[in-house]
Write a protein that binds this ligand. Structure first.
Ligand code: GTP
Ligand code: SPV
Ligand code: MN
Length: 648
């Protein structure tokens, strides 16, 4: 209806460039004259700065879309895009709830593809450690500028023919915050537009933040792509899994993503911008961009602290960020569930913002018994992906059994009728909800504070079925940085890994580093000189007993661990010194009112053989993966741990 040929915007841009040479009044007059015969597209191109305009032109001439749509972030626009998606069969309405929708993807496009994700720098070692012993590094993939250009030229020319190109101006972080950054995502997916409108702040307000004469935005080009043979096997979810590629060029703040419409592959503000490009900006500017949730916790005395926690994908960030404490008198409030940008203020306090505006959370396992707050958040204005649906217009996934579902039929994520006897899960293990953060009933009052919230503790954690205790504290900052570097976790469905293996995932950032991990460690260590560094802890909700069951009930009971951390932040003497760090002293973990009996002795035991092997594995990992880039402080920490473990 409101569309205009893409060619027009190119003509339009040259005219606007000319107009910029004129004074404001003359310009305004001419622009309004021009708009009269050029306005066939959606949105107001006069709002674009010259930098944005030339980026849009560049992308349009490369991708050759039929139409260009400049997103204004409005509800009317969403209505229009939903109509398009309904017609294409990309989404179906979930009539049981208010303004909720379900998307089913091409089954070949269900998770981030780490093996096809690259960082492009002139020299390889700027992006990844190069070590003689590593056949292939696992701390990221490097691509040469020439090869990146070739990859683009092989995929993008004409890839949007027959489609509309959407231009999404978005802010990571509250609009106008000194900690926020702006991006422009170009995409040919309505699903991406609607998801970005939930996950980030989108619209004209964002453009107003860009100074007219500068290019200070991250350039994010995305196309779902077209397979070489022209066949889109699932027309409602076009993609090109064979040629999917996700490219980042930190030097020019460029992200280029082709072939996938899913999550972190296509919602480019998230992992691509806020972490990969973000970490390089943060390094340059002296702050931290991390894969961390942020929560506020108030103790029974009314004292409040904020903590940030890094767990790998699908290891419990959303659940912890929204937890309902089982310990009486405690209150948890949520600032963010996935990403933290942290910077010291002029007083030397580490302050964090959540750059996102929504939650892209794992659906399976989310239930009233585990995460009631998420359940109270997600049943309005939410876009679900790859969950199962019910015949009464609702959703279903593994973990929701407790809510009944006896009088309905269930259709699985592939669109097939499903029964509880089926061997395969109804929802894809990486199925997700995409929901506005503001709807969360325990969203923190300061979650959009432009100054960020003060961070008192940093937690690292992962899925460690064996040997790693529920919680322990680092002896000092360098030891804490070492703990982050030595993190390991069982693989999950959030990426393309097969089977359950214990993988090294330093800082929960392994798939998200934008630059050499050795330099990243130096940067972390340098934080101690920049301000008052928080205490560092390691947590593990996932230790299993001999029966193969979790030793710890987790979820709301994790408040007991937060309570101990809170007391340690307040310098309470409630710890014992051990080989691996400070553990809660006998009786220090509050277990009053625990609903199940917990084998505390087993949960806090430090098996000597396990830790001896752990130290060897860490040493081996550092040697083969980080090599000469490993800071001396970190290898010293490893030596000290090794000595302590030897004397355990
Ligand atoms: P990403 O969004 O991929 O970064 O994941 P996340 O870190 O936010 O993980 P999330 O909170 O979505 O949890 C993933 C899975 O872990 C879900 O199936 C949860 O039910 C499960 N989980 C979370 N917390 C706990 C816990 O304390 N104990 C146990 N046993 N499982 C948990
Ligand atoms: C993760 O995998 O850590 C996620 C989901 O948060 S995605 O946005 O796909 O990266
Ligand atoms: Mn994540």
């Amino acid at each position: 209806m409101l569309h205009r040929q893409y060619k027009n915007i190119i003509i339009h841009t040259s005219i606007v460039r000319f107009l910029q040479l004129l004074n404001t009044t003359k310009r305004w007059h001419l622009v309004s004259q021009l708009r009269r015969f050029l306005s066939v597209q959606y949105g107001d191109s006069a709002l674009l700065t010259p930098g944005v305009k030339s980026y849009v032109n560049e992308c349009a001439s490369l991708c050759q879309p039929d139409h260009i749509h400049l997103c204004d972030g409005s509800a009317q626009e969403s209505q229009m895009l939903r109509k398009v998606m309904l017609k294409q069969g990309t989404i179906i309405p979930l009539t049981k709830y208010e303004n909720c929708w379900l998307a089913r993807t091409n089954p070949e496009d269900v998770a981030r593809v780490e093996s096809k994700t690259f960082i492009c720098t002139d020299h390889e070692e700027e992006a990844v450690p190069i070590t003689p012993s590593a056949k292939k590094g696992v701390l990221g993939n490097w691509i040469a500028p020439r090869d990146m250009e070739q990859a683009i030229q092989e995929r993008f020319p004409g890839c949007m023919r027959g489609r509309t190109m959407y231009v999404i101006p978005f802010s990571m972080g509250p609009i106008g915050s000194p900690l926020s950054k702006i991006g422009i995502e170009i995409t040919d997916s309505e699903y991406v537009v609607e998801s970005m409108k939930i996950m980030t702040r989108v619209g004209n307000r964002v453009l107003e933040q860009l100074p007219g004469d500068s290019d200070q935005f991250v350039r994010c080009l995305h196309s779902v792509g077209k397979p070489k043979n022209g066949n889109t096997s699932v027309p409602s979810w076009p993609c090109d899994p064979e040629r999917t590629i996700i490219l980042h060029k930190p030097g020019s703040n460029d992200i280029v993503s082709y072939g996938s419409g899913y999550g972190g592959n296509s919602l480019l503000g998230k992992k691509c911008f806020a972490l990969r490009i973000g970490s390089t900006i943060a390094k340059r500017e002296g702050w931290l961009a991390e894969h961390m949730l942020i929560l506020g916790i108030t103790n029974p005395k009314g004292k409040k602290i904020y903590v940030a926690a890094a767990f790998p994908s699908a290891c419990g960030k959303t659940n912890l960020a929204m937890m309902t404490p089982t310990l009486p008198g405690y209150k948890v409030e949520c600032v963010g569930d996935d990403i933290a940008w942290m910077k010291f203020d002029s007083q030397g306090t580490l302050r964090a913002i959540n750059p996102e505006n929504g939650f892209f959370g794992v659906a399976p396992g989310t239930a009233m018994s585990t995460n009631p707050i998420a359940m109270k958040t997600i049943f309005k204005n939410t876009l679900f992906t790859n969950v199962a649906s019910t015949s009464d217009g609702g959703v279903y996934w593994e973990g929701m059994e407790e809510s009944g579902f006896n009088n309905v039929t269930i259709t699985d994520w592939l669109g097939k009728l499903w029964s509880k006897q089926a061997e395969k899960p109804a929802a894809h293990p990486n199925s997700r909800f995409c929901t506005p953060a503001a709807q969360c009933p325990i969203i923190d009052p300061a979650w959009e504070d432009p100054q960020g919230v003060p961070i008192s503790a940093i937690l690292f954690g992962g899925r460690r079925p064996k040997g790693v205790p529920l919680v322990y504290e680092a002896r000092n900052w360098s030891h804490g940085v070492f703990m982050g570097a030595a993190m390991r976790s069982e693989s999950t469905a959030a990426a393309e890994h097969k089977g359950k293996v214990i993988m090294h995932d330093p800082f929960a950032m392994r798939p998200f580093f934008g630059y050499n991990f050795g330099d990243y460690l130096h940067h972390w260590l340098s934080m101690e000189k920049r301000g008052n560094v928080p205490k560092v802890f390691h947590v593990n909700w996932f230790r299993k007993g001999a029966d193969g069951k979790f030793l710890w009930p987790g979820f709301g009971d994790n408040s007991r661990v937060l309570d101990w951390i809170f007391r340690r932040v307040s310098e309470e003497d409630c710890f014992v010194d051990t080989a691996i760090g400070y553990l809660p002293s006998e009786g220090a973990l509050n277990t009053e009112g625990l609903k199940q009996s917990v084998d505390l002795k087993e949960m806090f035991s430090l098996p000597r053989a396990f830790w001896q092997q752990e130290v060897i594995d860490i040493e081996n990992y550092f040697k083969t993966q980080v090599g000469k880039y490993l800071p001396k402080e970190i290898s010293n920490q490893l030596d000290e741990l090794k000595n302590r473990v030897a004397n355990m």
